[in-house]
Design a protein around this ligand. Structure first.
Ligand SMILES: Nc1ncnc2c1ncn2[C@@H]1O[C@H](COP(=O)(O)OP(=O)(O)OP(=O)(O)O)[C@@H](O)[C@H]1O
Length: 356
């Protein structure tokens, strides 16, 4: 299921990287950068094992949301490596930060905050913090990586660079950051979008194996990640007017900062072009299978849930989750993600950041 596993068959420059890490005062934060399939995770696993062998305490932050080695997907995770291991999936995670989707594109803030918070925690408990990142290194990925570097302040950056593609990320830090350029192994192989999706399906399925249905009283939790409950409810008059114009059945509606936000079902043919500055809507069906983060009092993610049915009348939500009663008792906040996924691992699609 995981692409990357332990190998000793690595380019010789890994020794130089190891020496740099070992000679630095501890704790030392190491960020691993590289494009898609350049072997970032393989390098992380190799270094972690070699450092553990040296008697060092190693923390790994897996921020590769699309291809997590440490479950669950759609989060950033922190785990400690205290004994030799062959794949990230073997480590038991210490903390997660909820991102809510499997691509960082519209979620830079979650990525940066998550990595920064986990790195802060990690350096209190480990000698070496290895930060594995996503392969998004072009276009907006350049900004994401710059912000991650700014926020985390790594002591060393390991750059798996093929032909200078990381230069735009590293340029602003020239002379300020200890960058070690490393060769991409000629054994590194690439995976198609389809293969990546298939691997993710297996990961979702593994995470959601043994889920059970539970009903949550949403009025007892802080709800975040959505504007569904912000602002004020619609008046009967507003509701009737909008239902009449658009031929909708409105199941839930709020006025949020001067704009209407509606959850509806169509009952007939109505006008469909709407000024989004005035009115936004989502179909009730699209709320089913939305990924939820179950969040503790410190803002970390205890685990995931899948929203099956949301009853706005009594604020009860039927969800599926693998969390046990003890873990559920620690949930203080329900955070809405931006993708729909089924418990059998089938991804039903991503939602725009402002869809909710
Ligand atoms: N030194 C190596 N020896 C053998 N295989 C390798 C080596 N480095 C990478 N690979 C293989 O290449 C593939 C991609 O490597 P890996 O998953 O580590 O890349 P990544 O950069 O972490 O990918 P992603 O972009 O998904 O984060 C994997 O199948 C891995 O096993």
């Amino acid at each position: 299921m995981n692409k990357a596993s332990l190998t000793q068959d690595v380019p010789p420059d890994r020794v130089e990287a190891m020496e740099k890490i070992i000679e630095r005062p501890k704790p030392v934060k190491v960020m691993i950068l590289g494009g898609v399939d350049t072997g970032k995770t393989t390098l992380t696993v190799y270094l972690a094992n070699a450092l553990v062998e040296q008697g060092l305490k190693v923390a790994i932050i897996d921020s590769d949301v699309g291809q997590k080695g440490i479950l669950p997907p759609a989060t950033i995770s922190l785990a400690l490596a205290e004994a030799p291991f062959s794949s990230l999936g073997e480590l038991s995670p210490l903390k997660h930060y909820f991102v809510g989707t499997v691509t960082p594109n519209q979620h830079f803030a979650e990525m940066v905050v998550g990595v920064t918070r986990l790195a802060r925690l990690a350096q209190e408990v480990a000698d070496v913090v290895l930060i594995d990142t996503t392969g998004l290194v072009h276009g907006p990925g350049v900004e994401l990586k710059r912000m991650k570097i700014e926020a985390v302040g790594p002591d060393i950056v390991l750059a798996l660079d093929r032909e200078g593609e990381l230069a735009p990320i590293l340029k602003p830090f020239e002379g300020k950051l200890d960058v070690v350029k490393l060769q991409v192994s000629d054994k590194a192989r690439s995976y198609s979008r389809g293969e990546r999706r298939d691997m993710r399906r297996e990961k979702w399925r593994a995470y959601f194996r043994g889920v059970r249905p539970i009903t949550l009283d949403l009025s007892k939790f802080v709800i975040t990640g959505t504007s569904l409950f912000q602002g004020r409810p619609l008046s009967e008059e507003e509701k009737g007017l909008l239902e009449g114009i658009f031929k909708w059945l409105i199941l839930h509606g709020r006025k949020v900062g001067g704009r209407y936000f509606i959850v509806k079902a169509d009952v007939g043919e109505g006008p469909r072009s709407v000024d989004r500055n005035v009115l936004r809507y989502i179909d009730f069906d699209r709320l089913s299978n939305i990924l939820l983060g179950l969040i503790d009092e410190d803002g970390f993610c205890l685990g995931l849930g899948i929203l099956k049915l949301l009853n706005f009348g009594d604020m009860k939500a039927e969800i599926l989750t693998p969390l046990d009663d003890g873990e559920l008792a620690r949930v203080k906040e329900i955070r809405f993600g931006r993708m729909r996924v089924r418990e059998d691992g089938e991804e039903l699609g991503l939602l725009d950041r402002d869809a909710l």
